[in-house]
Design a protein around this ligand. Structure first.
Ligand code: ZN
Length: 258
C-alpha cells in the first residue's frame, strides 16, 4: 500500500494512493496511518493534490558507510558497528521541492538512500526480530551533504543539516522487501549511483535494533540506511532523482540559496 501526505483544497491529510497514471486517486485517511487505517470517504484525483514529504518525524537517524564500495570511494573503512548521525527534522523537504545550495559550500553532493519509517509502538531497546516487526514502511531519501564542510568539521551536523538537505518521498510503501532492491540516483537524466540494498553492511532491522539501544525511535521516525557508491556534485539548475525499485521516484530541483 502507498501512503502519502497530501495538500488538497481544504487542508493536509494522509492518504492511500490507488492506481497509476491519469486515473490515480488519493483516498483520505482519518488521522494518522499507523494504527488501523480508517478512511474518511473523501477522495481526490492525484493530479488535483500535491504530494508532501510523506512523514514529519521527530528525527531522522542516518547511517554512514553502510555500503562497502561507498566507504572505499571516500577513503574510509567499513565500521564494525553502525556509524550513526542525525539530520534535523527541519532539513526535510518533499517531492518537487528545491534543494538549496548554501553559499558556504562549494561541494554539495547527492546520496541516494532507502529510508525506513518506524511504526507503532516505536522502538526502544529492542532485538532484531522486534525491530523488523516495528517497521511501518519504506520511502526514498536523498542524504544531501556538503562534502567540503563534512571534511572540515569532522563531525557531520553542519554538513548534513542545512534546511532542504533531506528530500523524502514520494510516498511510503508498506509492502516492500528491502532484501535486494535496485537503488538509483540520476542527475539531469544521467545515472550517477546504481546499487542494490543487498549490499548493505547492516540491514534495516539490525540498524533499528542498534539505534534503539541508544535512543527511542518514535512512531514516524525515519532511518536512512546509507548510500551506495557514486556520490557526486549537485549544481544549481540541475534536477536530482532518487529511485528505489518497488517504491517510486523522488525528484528535486537544485537551486542556490538566496
Ligand atoms: Zn548518507
Amino acid at each position: 500500500m502507498r501512503i502519502a501526505r497530501i495538500a488538497h483544497a481544504t487542508g493536509m491529510s494522509f492518504a492511500v494512493l490507488e492506481g497509476e497514471g491519469p486515473g490515480a486517486t488519493a483516498a483520505e485517511i482519518e488521522g494518522h496511518p499507523f494504527a488501523q487505517i480508517k478512511m474518511t470517504g473523501q477522495r481526490w484525483a492525484l493530479e488535483d493534490v500535491r504530494l508532501l514529504a510523506p512523514i514529519l518525524p521527530s528525527k531522522v537517524v542516518c547511517v554512514g558507510r553502510n555500503y562497502a564500495e561507498h566507504a572505499a570511494e571516500l577513503g574510509n573503512e567499513v565500521p564494525d558497528e553502525p556509524l550513526i548521525f542525525i539530520k534535523p527534522s527541519t532539513s526535510i523537504i518533499g517531492p518537487g521541492e528545491a534543494v538549496r545550495i548554501p553559499a558556504v559550500s562549494d561541494q554539495v553532493e547527492h546520496e541516494a538512500e532507502l529510508a525506513v519509517v518506524v511504526g507503532l509502538p516505536g522502538a526502544r531497546g529492542i532485538d532484531k526480530d522486534t525491530a523488523a516487526a516495528s517497521i511501518f514502511g519504506y520511502t526514498c531519501a536523498n542524504d544531501v551533504t556538503a562534502r567540503d564542510l563534512q571534511r572540515k568539521d569532522v563531525q557531520f551536523t553542519r554538513a548534513k543539516g542545512f534546511d532542504s538537505f533531506c528530500p523524502l518521498g514520494p510516498w511510503i510503501e508498506t509492502d516492500f522487501d528491502p532484501g535486494d532492491a535496485e537503488i538509483r540516483c540520476e542527475v539531469g537524466g544521467e545515472v550517477r549511483q546504481l546499487g542494490s540494498t543487498k549490499d548493505m553492511v547492516f540491514d534495516p532491522a539490525t540498524l533499528i535494533s542498534y539505534i534503539s539501544q541508544v535512543m527511542t525511535l518514535l512512531p514516524g521516525d525515519v532511518v536512512l540506511t546509507g548510500t551506495p557508491a557514486g556520490v557526486g556534485p549537485l549544481q544549481s539548475g540541475e534536477t536530482v532523482s532518487v529511485s528505489v525499485a518497488g517504491i517510486g521516484e523522488l525528484s528535486n530541483k537544485v537551486i542556490d540559496s538566496e
